[in-house]
Design a binder for this molecule. Structure first.
Ligand SMILES: *[C@@H]1O[C@H](CO)[C@@H](O)[C@H](O)[C@H]1NC(C)=O
Ligand SMILES: *[C@@H]1O[C@H](CO)[C@@H](O)[C@H](O)[C@H]1NC(C)=O
Ligand SMILES: *[C@@H]1O[C@H](CO)[C@@H](O)[C@H](O)[C@H]1NC(C)=O
Ligand SMILES: *[C@@H]1O[C@H](CO)[C@@H](O)[C@H](O)[C@H]1NC(C)=O
Ligand SMILES: *[C@@H]1O[C@H](CO)[C@@H](O)[C@H](O)[C@H]1NC(C)=O
Ligand SMILES: *[C@@H]1O[C@H](CO)[C@@H](O)[C@H](O)[C@H]1NC(C)=O
Ligand SMILES: *[C@@H]1O[C@H](CO)[C@@H](O)[C@H](O)[C@H]1NC(C)=O
Ligand SMILES: *[C@@H]1O[C@H](CO)[C@@H](O)[C@H](O)[C@H]1NC(C)=O
Length: 396
């Protein structure tokens, strides 16, 4: 899943985390459709394509209710048939380097995502960032996101994701083919890279009773992943694209295998102060230091110097059980998400750190499946209303 500790040390919490991972593999029979994202958006210029959009209160939100976007969660369109005419919410600012995103309903076998829903997500996210990452490609999510970017005409780049599972080789090829289809249809203009693997090494090591990503067991898992990364690279090369798309990988911060990084153009590391049990007051500094020491410095020593990004960092606002409502140092709460936003976002921008804030909105399916804090990391509730937080206002 996505909210794992940046490291794993055999403690109760990490055992739980392991259970989550195994439970997810077994429970979903390798059919999980979430993906992993990687990379940082460069070369995407900012522009406002909706300057003339209508913000008058009382406009219809499409459900017949009179409201502003901040009240209903859904942006108001001055032309209901033109998703590019959505009104901007003055409470939102394009201050985030990037956001982690999974369209609702993108898990097999249910697969009930919808273009309409993704369009609304893109309308809101485009007011926070110009860059997003997906975790997987099942349920047509790459095409839905690219179609939504097209219809909303927003300035948005996306790292597509392929979420392979160690025990089911068809998961990789199925998603690769969906990604190829989406690229064929939409071109590469809004694609920043293709991320192959989400916590693949973490899952592989846990499933095989090992912890060191560079052990013999780690190298065995890495070979599977590297074959997929290489295959994606050749598939893209075979398409005669008008630009070369970087191919990368994403994993928990301390689970990168060196050979995997050597085969990747970029690496995306989950770095979670919550799971490291640090206080929210020290969370931003801890995140910066952990990422630099564990990911940035080691990657810089490799011959290919893969660019490193924080794939996920954030703070949960709620736990579905009392036992996980506090990480031993601070609570899961909106007040503490605010502290993390205020101490991390603009500071990381200033430092030039590429990060994907975790995450856009709450994910009810994760709460159903995993409980605890898993479903409650959104800046927004699942209905796209902003939580009780103030979005930082600074430049990237
Ligand atoms: C975090 O705290 C929990 C609960 O006390 C503990 O089980 C776990 O080992 C701690 N995790 C780390 C990474 O220190
Ligand atoms: C704003 O909405 C009003 C009323 O629906 C409409 O007359 C006007 O043309 C809209 N303005 C823009 C810029 O879309
Ligand atoms: C919309 O926002 C404006 C300005 O913040 C506010 O005055 C108005 O009451 C809001 N309307 C609704 C329906 O929430
Ligand atoms: C959105 O969801 C939140 C959290 O469940 C809820 O408090 C709020 O009333 C909802 N807003 C709308 C407009 O449905
Ligand atoms: C998809 O279906 C599940 C199960 O019926 C439901 O809980 C969920 O709300 C649906 N999601 C969407 C995005 O429609
Ligand atoms: C995937 O999404 C695109 C964009 O909405 C749509 O045109 C296409 O028909 C979808 N494909 C499938 C198989 O659902
Ligand atoms: C992956 O590609 C690299 C570079 O072309 C090559 O050295 C390596 O042997 C390949 N590995 C696998 C497992 O295909
Ligand atoms: C930014 O850089 C400073 C100086 O190295 C460091 O102390 C701080 O933790 C960093 N913060 C973030 C959020 O990257």
């Amino acid at each position: 899943m996505t909210t794992d500790s940046a490291f794993e040390n055999g403690t109760a919490r990490s055992r739980r985390s392991r259970w989550i991972l195994l439970g997810s593999l077994i429970g979903l029979l390798g059919l999980i459709a979430i993906g992993v994202g990687v990379g940082v958006g460069v070369g995407v210029t900012r522009h406002n394509s909706n300057k003339s959009a209508n913000t008058s209160s009382g406009a219809s939100n499409g459900n017949g209710a009179a409201s502003n976007s901040s009240a209903s969660g859904d942006p108001v369109q001055s032309n209901p048939n033109d998703p590019s005419t959505f009104a901007k919410d003055p409470n939102l600012h394009q201050s985030f380097y990037a956001l982690a995103y999974t369209p609702a309903g993108s898990q097999l076998p249910t697969c009930n995502n919808s273009l309409e829903d993704v369009i609304k997500d893109i309308q809101v996210m485009s007011q926070l960032t110009t860059t997003i990452r997906l975790y997987g490609a099942d349920c047509n999510q790459s095409a839905l996101v690219l179609e939504a970017i097209k219809q909303t005409k927003v300035n948005m780049g996306v790292y597509l994701g392929n979420y392979p599972t160690p025990d089911d080789p068809t998961a990789y090829t199925r998603q690769r083919d969906l990604i190829k289809d989406a690229i064929q249809t939409y071109g590469t203009d809004h694609i920043l890279g293709v991320t192959v693997g989400n916590e693949f090494m973490l899952n592989y090591l846990n499933a095989n009773g090992a912890t060191d990503p560079n052990s013999a067991v780690g190298d065995t898992g890495a070979a599977i992943l590297i074959a997929d990364i290489n295959d994606t690279r050749s598939a893209l090369q075979g398409m005669n694209l008008d630009k070369t798309l970087p191919v990368g990988n994403s994993d928990a911060g301390s689970y990168f295998n060196t050979k995997v990084l050597e085969a990747s153009d970029y690496g995306m590391a989950n770095v979670h102060p919550w799971f490291a049990n640090v206080t929210v007051q020290t969370a931003a500094g801890w995140t910066a230091e952990f990422f630099d020491e564990t990911n940035v410095q080691p990657a810089a020593k490799l011959p290919n110097k893969p660019k490193m990004y924080i794939a996920e960092t954030g703070w949960p606002t709620f736990s579905s059980d009392a036992g996980n409502a506090n990480n031993g140092a601070s609570d899961a709460s909106e007040a503490n998400l605010q502290v993390f936003l205020d101490t991390f976002v603009c500071q990381a921008n200033k430092n030039g750190t590429g990060y994907f804030f975790f995450e856009f909105k709450d994910e009810p399916w994760k709460d159903v499946q995993f409980g605890g804090v898993e479903g409650w990391w959104g800046l927004f509730h699942s209905n796209r209303t902003l939580k009780r937080v103030t979005i930082p206002d600074c430049i990237i």
